[in-house]
Ligand binder design. Structure first.
Ligand code: FMN
Length: 258
């Protein structure tokens, strides 16, 4: 079984490739957490987490979900992360949240296009396709290693410093929603509300409002807005947006109105 979290489809794409090759069922952690589903039976099969790296660590919802997760009869447990620059302390954090109920046997990382528009501009379409081609090759080698039952830290790109936890502390300030705003390009399509992993976006007077103090900062609202009407402070203005073309598969069943 496979537990995934994805803001803009990169992790979903990697997860889908692995799940198809190894015949795994995909469970979306954002949805499972929302409906309070934390108990599973792996029936002796491997348990694979596929997650994006946020501020060197895990998305808030993944931390919360993992702290409650109970999986019976697990095989080997793997953490596969996607990131734009380097992986960080995500596998370590996952182990901590699982607190001995599951032990992470192996971790991998896949470099994908950057979706954190507020940090830096996402790649051009040409740059993105180059990164994605390399990512598919990396994912195929991960599939073989999982098939072989390999264990250990098998990430090819990783942060070598010792302040990963310190950098993760910055995530708490970053995920404050007051910086989000919508401009008059908004066509009131409600895509942002539909794609929000934490369901913090509410529609008031036909426009989105971020109705909780904090969210996961998955950036799906900002990147998926068909009119680029959502900004985060001043930092995202004039910058490209990014989402993986597989995103629409992630939200199968949700009527995206493009
Ligand atoms: C809030 C936030 C923080 C991020 N922090 C990092 C980071 O610390 N290191 C990194 O390499 N990429 C970072 N990224 C980039 C994502 O990890 C990367 O684009 C990932 O593949 C997105 O996956 P998704 O499309 O499944 O959401 C960050 C993205 C977001 C939205």
């Amino acid at each position: 079984m496979m537990f995934i979290y994805s803001g803009t489809g990169n992790s979903y794409h990697v997860a889908r490739r692995i799940a198809d090759a190894l015949d795994h069922k995909i469970i979306d952690m954002a949805v499972a957490h929302r409906y309070n589903r934390h108990t599973y039976d792996a029936e002796g099969g491997d348990v694979i987490f596929v997650v994006p790296v946020y501020c060197m660590g895990l998305p808030h919802t993944v931390m919360e979900f993992a702290s409650k997760l109970d999986v019976r009869n697990p095989g080997k447990v793997y953490c596969v992360s996607t990131f734009a620059g380097s992986s960080g302390v995500e596998a370590h954090q996952l182990s901590e949240q699982l607190n001995g109920r599951l032990t992470v046997d192996g971790c991998f990382g896949v470099r994908m296009p950057n979706n954190a528009v507020s940090y830096s501009e996402p790649p051009t379409p040409e740059e993105a396709s180059e990164i994605l081609a390399q990512a598919d090759a990396e994912t195929d080698s991960i599939i073989e290693r999982i098939r072989n039952g390999d264990v250990g830290d098998m990430r090819t790109i990783r942060y070598e410093g010792d302040d990963g936890d310190g950098m993760y502390a910055g995530y708490e300030d970053f995920r404050v929603t007051e910086h989000f705003h919508v401009n008059d390009r908004c066509i009131e399509c409600r895509v942002c509300e539909e794609v929000c992993n934490t369901r913090v976006i509410k529609i008031y007077h036909r426009k989105p409002v971020w109705d909780e103090e904090k969210c996961d900062m998955c950036m799906s609202c900002l990147n998926l807005c068909p009119k680029q009407a959502i900004e985060y402070g001043d930092s995202t203005q004039g910058r490209r947006r990014y989402f993986h073309k597989d995103y629409k598969n992630k939200v199968l069943g949700i009527p995206l109105r493009y």
